[in-house]
Design a protein. Structure first.
Length: 67
């Protein structure tokens, strides 16, 4: 589905060790450009613990690729 390709684009964009906010992903991943924060959050949620982990820094949520 379209969502699967967007998830793949997000994972391809994320560099190992890099931390990204939802806003960073919307600005940087072309397939996310027209999506809302809520939509991108919903796409990332099933990947948490599998491919992506959530990290908080000064009360701000960041996401980084695992492995």
């Amino acid at each position: 589905t379209a969502n699967d390709s967007i998830k793949a684009d997000i994972l391809d964009f994320m560099a190992d060790g890099g931390k990204y906010t939802i806003t960073d992903l919307i600005k940087s991943v072309p397939s996310c450009a027209d999506l809302t924060n809520q939509k991108v959050s919903a796409l990332i949620k099933p990947l948490l613990g599998i491919s992506i982990e959530r990290v908080e820094d000064k009360r701000k949520a960041f996401f980084k690729k695992i492995g």
